[in-house]
Design a protein around this ligand. Structure first.
Ligand code: GLY
Length: 422
């Protein structure tokens, strides 16, 4: 099988490594890729938001399967164009990708499917902002306001704060830039990312994971695209996972079928485990980053065959997924000033080590690897348990040199110390 992966992050590096381990995969291509993926796949610098360019590349390299990593090509309909051209594609249609691309659509689907989620309101007129703020957050008895950019913002458009002025300033800034704002009620409880492979009605959950969105230790500082993740979640009862699949993911998949927009690809449910049960924070229409780096480190089933089965409607007969014992912890190394405007062009030393996945990296003419994005590397450690996996990940990241680089030191720490309870 010849597989083309679309994207350039550590998620795509993880996908390529797992695909390479599948005995049925004999050729790998990536567009546009990074300095790490260039070592394992043939790299093609195409514009991944252009359906025309992606279809042309898929046909030129004779790919049997295209796997789309990021959300932007999906919400722009690149998967539809591939399928129309007769190329099997792992990734939902433009219509189904609205589950991530439009918060209003996601809320509508969840309401129709009877799924528990935060109450929300869209504000698109600055004159309505103060009245709306008075209906949410501390004003409504919640511990904080939750203010989101209604447009795709790579995780960075969210502010959760007990300070009304901070909430107001974020919302006003978004409105001034012409972005509608979503105000949501606060969902209290530990967060879970549950990925499910979905082909229409068939739902196959993967291992549950947790990610760390704030930039600083102890969940401090601004939101990022994700600073680390781990899997599995020793504190999450198996029945809660079954409940998430049976009461949330399957009804949403069925609702999308009912609307004529069946989902085909990876449906990512971001949840809070509240006192009332699991509630949806958001849906995404693709593999999460950095959770994928941890989840795929533990997958034993052949990924190429699994994604191909999903893309071609054969998931129901694929059989149960197989997982390695133990745990995986991913720690993200970010460039100076990330999640603000990151400093780029710094030389990274030690990025060739085992367990290092590349994201914002490029190879300079002199052969040096330099930073080219905010999240530069993901370092993945595996071990018999979370403590062992943490030790491996932090040992590797301590050996890497990036001027101004920073990472969180507490990824998976509370779970390893058995301090998370639901
Ligand atoms: N880990 C958050 C995301 O992928 O959106």
């Amino acid at each position: 099988m010849r597989v083309l992966v679309i994207g350039s992050g550590a998620r795509e590096h993880a996908l390529l490594l797992a695909l390479r381990d599948d005995p049925e995969v004999d050729a790998l291509f990536v567009a546009p890729g990074n300095a790490g993926t260039a070592l394992i796949a043939e790299q093609h610098p195409v514009d991944i938001t252009s359906a025309e360019e992606v279809v042309e590349l898929a046909q030129r390299v004779r790919s049997d399967l295209v796997v789309i990593g990021p959300e932007i090509p999906l919400v722009l309909g690149v998967a539809d164009a591939l399928r129309d051209a007769g190329v099997a594609c792992f990734g939902p249609s433009e219509d189904a990708a609205r589950i991530e691309g439009s918060k209003a659509f996601a809320k509508e689907v969840m309401a129709a499917a009877g799924v528990r989620t935060a109450a929300s309101e869209i504000v698109d007129n600055p004159a309505h902002l103060d009245a709306a703020l008075a209906r949410f957050g501390v004003a409504a008895g919640d511990p904080a306001w939750v203010v989101k950019d209604d447009r795709l913002a790579a995780g960075k458009g969210v502010v959760v704060t007990p300070d009304r002025e901070v909430a107001r300033a974020h919302a006003a800034g978004l409105l001034e830039a012409g972005h509608p704002v979503v105000l949501e009620s606060y969902l209290d409880g530990p967060e879970v990312s549950l990925f499910s492979l979905v082909d229409g009605r068939t739902v196959v959950p993967m291992l549950a994971a947790q990610d760390f969105k704030r930039v600083g230790d102890g969940d401090t500082g601004p939101n990022t695209g994700g600073m680390g993740a781990y899997a599995p979640l020793p504190w999450l009862p198996a029945e809660t996972c079954q409940q998430i699949v049976g009461e949330i993911v399957e009804p949403v998949a069925a609702e999308l079928v009912r609307r004529g927009s069946p989902f085909c690809g990876l449906l990512y449910a971001g949840l809070a485990i509240t006192a009332a049960g699991p509630a949806v924070v958001e849906f995404n229409c693709r593999f999460g980053d950095p959770e994928t780096q941890s989840v795929l480190a533990l997958l034993e089933s052949p990924l190429g065959q699994l994604l191909y089965a999903t893309a071609t409607g054969g998931l129901a007969s694929f059989g149960d997924l197989r997982w390695r014992d133990g745990a995986a912890v991913t720690v993200v190394l970010a460039a100076e000033n990330y999640p603000g405007r990151p400093r780029l062009g710094d030389v990274v030393v030690g990025a060739e080590a085992d367990g290092v996945l590349h994201a914002g990296t490029a190879r300079r003419d002199d052969g040096a690897i330099v930073s080219s994005g905010g999240r530069v590397l993901s370092v993945v450690g595996t071990g018999p348990d979370l403590s062992g996996a943490r030790s491996v990940a932090y040992r590797i990241i301590d050996s890497i040199k990036l001027p101004g680089g920073h990472f969180r030191s507490d990824i998976a720490l509370l779970a390893a110390e058995d301090k998370i309870h639901v």
